[in-house]
Design a protein around this ligand. Structure first.
Ligand code: FES
Length: 486
């Protein structure tokens, strides 16, 4: 029987995003069988991959981790019970494979003896035919097939991946992600930008209840929330307390912008990053016991010593407790003045939110154009990182139309371009003729009807841009816009 690998694991093995593989399947350059890829097909389609050397794979993963601003994780081992269960499962597979080989060995011995028997009384023709069959069998059994070394290396890497991580599919949304190291199902979902329902993240509230549809999980935290027997019988688990042993399918709700309640918490200032006199970023850390639930593109209200303001979140929900907001220094904004002159590490900030519905359409696999006017880069940055962690868009083009504050995170955008083959960054310097610039941008997209566009700027800038994009073929419903500072 051939060795079949699920597409998501193939993506990990070859260090490519899923949508690249899906594109290969669509174009016919990668064949699948029931959504799985045969080992021979994998070796044929990726002849350049060095299967016995995962240094390049690790390098690409690290660049991507940095580019997505994810916490670069130490290679933590899974929880010991999970590890034991995975090793047991692997032991079972090994024992089954070995038993099968022993069986094939005895079939071969029987065949050899049978040929001996038949040769004794055979005619000359039959004798030659039997002799040829035996020679063919012995020669092929003695030879190592040309792809065997590579196949062995792929299987070895796949086994290591299976040992260190498990694949999760969420139903009915279809979201997929891996649980690495000693993460729980909830931690891994959040890290991958999948906004599952939860509350306390420490086993008190029961908000993260979900149903295990297939696969096996282990309880890795001794939280004491009590599930009713009927719930347990129906496969209900707490996502914050369980980790998968093998690939699992879970039934759980993925929250949209309207499902996430406004939360209040006190966060600690990690740092203030002044890009230039016009704009700064505030990096804050939510308490371990009360992370902020939000989606990329939303905003929060910040308060300190009686002054407050609402700003766009510039980080990804996948960044765990770390939240970044970007604050333009505008006249009449007392919080901005406090940020530029007074706030420092370890101060406590009041946080309230999230607000707004400018979020990704996670069901859309279409290519995306991001249009950021000036400080509108902040929510666009959050959306881009969220889209990267979800790996949903076919391609992403960022057009940053700078104001006097310039492209203050130019290097970050260039790092994204280096790390991802489906990301393209086009910086535009300040212009006195916005109409001409917008026309040049849309002219580069003769197939605008295929795209989604996410834009953030002033009401006037958005109105101008909207007119150009829709006139050149963008579907009205695929225009998503947010007025800066709203
Ligand atoms: S998040 Fe509260 S019990 Fe899991």
């Amino acid at each position: 029987m051939s060795h079949l690998l699920p597409l998501s694991r193939v993506a990990k093995l070859v260090g490519q995003p899923r949508h690249t593989l899906q594109e290969m399947i669509r174009s016919g350059s990668l064949a699948t069988f029931d959504g799985m890829v045969e080992l021979d097909e994998l070796l044929r389609a990726f002849p350049e991959v060095k299967w016995d050397d995962d240094a390049e794979f690790r390098r690409v993963t690290e660049i991507k981790d940095k580019a997505f601003a994810k916490r670069v994780r130490e290679r933590a081992l899974p929880d010991k019970d999970v590890l034991v269960a995975r090793l047991n499962e692997m032991g079972d597979e090994y024992a089954a494979a070995k038993a099968l080989l022993l069986h094939y060995g005895s079939v071969m011995t029987w065949l050899d003896e049978k040929i001996d028997e038949l040769e004794e009384n055979a005619s000359v023709e039959t004798y030659h035919a039997l002799h040829t069959v035996r020679a063919f069998l012995l020669r092929n059994l003695a030879e190592t097939p040309p792809d065997a070394v590579q196949a062995q290396a792929v299987i070895l890497q796949e086994r290591m991946l299976k040992l260190m991580s498990a694949h999760v599919t969420i139903q009915p949304s279809g979201h997929e992600f891996f649980v690495d190291g000693n993460d729980t199902l909830l931690e891994a979902a959040l890290r991958n930008g999948v906004s599952l329902n939860y509350g306390c993240s420490n086993g008190n509230c029961g908000d993260c209840k979900a149903r295990l549809l297939s696969g096996e999980v282990k309880k890795v935290h001794a939280y004491d929330y009590v599930l009713k027997q009927a719930e347990k019988d129906a496969g209900v688990i707490l996502l914050c307390a369980h980790a998968p042993v093998n690939d699992v399918v879970i039934e759980a709700n993925v929250a949209g912008a309207r499902d996430i309640p406004v939360q209040q918490l006190a966060a600690r200032v990690k740092s203030v990053e002044v890009f230039n006199p016009q704009i700064a970023a505030l990096h804050i850390l939510a308490p371990r016991s009360q992370r902020l639930r939000f989606l990329g593109g939303q905003s929060i209200q910040l308060g300190f010593n009686g002054v407050s303001g609402r700003y766009a979140i510039a980080s990804c929900p996948c960044e765990d407790r770390h939240i970044e907001v970007q604050v333009p220094r505008r006249p009449g904004d007392p919080f901005a003045e406090v940020l530029f002159g007074q706030l420092s590490a370890n101060d406590t900030i009041d946080v309230e939110g999230p607000y707004g519905e400018f979020v990704l359409d996670e069901d859309s696999p279409r290519p995306v154009i991001f249009l950021a006017f000036g400080a509108g880069f902040a929510p666009i940055k959050s959306l881009i990182q969220h889209a990267m962690s979800l790996e949903i868009a076919e391609s992403m083009d960022l057009h940053w139309l700078a104001d006097e504050a310039g492209h203050y995170q130019d290097n970050l955008c260039r790092t994204w371009t280096d790390a991802l083959d489906n990301f393209n960054y086009v910086p535009h310097p300040p212009t006195g003729d916005l109409d001409a610039l917008l026309q040049r941008i849309v002219t580069d997209y003769p197939d605008l009807h295929r795209f989604d566009v996410y834009a953030v700027g002033t009401a006037a800038q958005l109105e101008q841009a909207h007119a150009h994009f829709v006139r050149e073929g963008l579907h009205e419903a695929r225009w998503f816009a947010e007025v800066l500072g709203s």
